[in-house]
Write a protein that binds this ligand. Structure first.
Ligand SMILES: [Mg+2]
Length: 174
């Protein structure tokens, strides 16, 4: 019942993913959430984020940022890191995940998504049939409505962790 919320993988941080290996495995496009995934909520672009996107593009990846936040928030940030983007994405609707795949000229099976929230980011990616990588939020001090969601996320993560195989990866065929 909870499986629609399970991420394909769970990482400490978006800066902690083995992107090079995943490129070797055939992945060509990455969809990113912004707030609390790449930078703190509402914060400007960091050098770390700029370096990450520059190295991903050098590896050969296409990138697309999708955010429920406004054009005014997302466009300047995407421009600085040289990424395609969709603002006001309406996650967890799968519509703009699929649009992002099209914008990157990829196919769904060569794309993965990176985000920090289960009930918007991961659920939407799963509904779109795209691999979902959950990361821990950069900033642990969040608004009250997010704090409540985090409590519910902990319940999902409890069952998710119980379902992990020995390598620490969720077996999607289970
Ligand atoms: Mg986020």
């Amino acid at each position: 019942m909870l499986k629609c919320f399970y991420p394909s993988r769970y990482y400490e941080s978006a800066y902690d993913i083995e992107y090079e290996k995943l490129y070797g495995d055939g992945f060509r496009g990455i969809i990113f959430d912004v707030d609390n995934t790449l930078v703190e909520h509402g914060a400007p672009v960091t050098d770390r984020a700029r370096e990450l996107f520059s190295s991903l593009h050098k590896m050969g990846y296409e990138t697309c940022i999708i955010s429920n936040n406004s054009e005014a928030r997302v466009k300047p940030l995407a421009d600085i890191v040289g990424s395609k983007y969709v603002s006001k994405a309406g996650k967890p609707s799968p519509v703009n995940y699929i649009k992002a795949v099209e914008i990157m000229k990829c196919s769904r099976d060569t794309v993965f998504f990176v985000g920090d929230q289960i009930f918007t980011d991961v659920w939407g990616a799963n509904r779109a049939g795209i691999k979902s990588f959950l990361v821990k939020p950069i900033d642990r001090h969040e608004e009250i409505q997010i704090v409540l969601k985090r409590y519910l996320e902990r319940i999902v993560l409890y069952f998710y962790r119980k379902s992990l195989d020995k390598e620490g990866k969720y077996n999607e065929n289970d």
